[in-house]
Ligand binder design. Sequence first.
Ligand code: SAM
Length: 241
Amino acid sequence: QDSKVSFNSQINAVAICRTPYKQKFGIPRQPGLVNATGYIEFEPPFNHIDAVRGIEQYSHIWLLFCFHENLAQGWKTTVRPPRLGGNEKLGVFATRSTFRPNGIGQSVVKLHGIVNRKGKICLAISGMDLLDGTPIIDIKPYIPFSDAIVDAKGGIAQEAPVLIPVSYSPLAQKQIAQYAAKEQYHGLNELIEGVLSQDPRPAYKKAKDDPKLYQVALYDLDIFWRIDANTIEVLELKPTN
Ligand code: SAM
């Protein structure tokens, strides 16, 4: 008897997520950790106001999406969660690994409303942990009475990650103030601080001295930083090439 369950279903994106996160490195590892703003941009035939009628009654929504940048690498039975320092293995279904059969991710994000952007129906959101351009395969309202389980056990992720302090060089301070004055970079300061205070480095780098110069890409800017004595220092911002 064939134990494989197969079904003929083609899943297409209903929307594309627009976020300030232009590369995987630096994106928070779960939603709600960094107050970044973004948009869900509907694709035809879902680009219709009727498809979102009533959604504004909810403060949060579930996004089901595809880890499209990792699909080509397939999946493994076990993974090494960053939380465990990269040393211990857990089963793929016991983790939020991005390398999974079917490559499906899910995140609860804050909903700010329905907006029209360049003729497209969009949902304004914040707190997402998604790469810019991520295909959204479904959207559902978050229902607190059922979805919020206050006494749930969180396994290896019981608590939010510990934040580390972020400081700024005089140059970075001046540059951030200049960019943040422009509408398109609204909240840049908070975004940089939120992203870096999570310490995005891989687990194996955290145990020892680390002189490396790091870069994260937010909007169309490359943010250069390094870590010293457990404080991250933002050195400089440069427009992405
Ligand atoms: N909350 C979701 C979940 O549990 O399914 C995602 C958790 S996953 C650990 C979050 C990470 O996915 C981010 O830090 C980023 O590196 C990665 N990521 C986000 N969007 C992606 C995409 N479109 N393709 C591949 N990786 C992505």
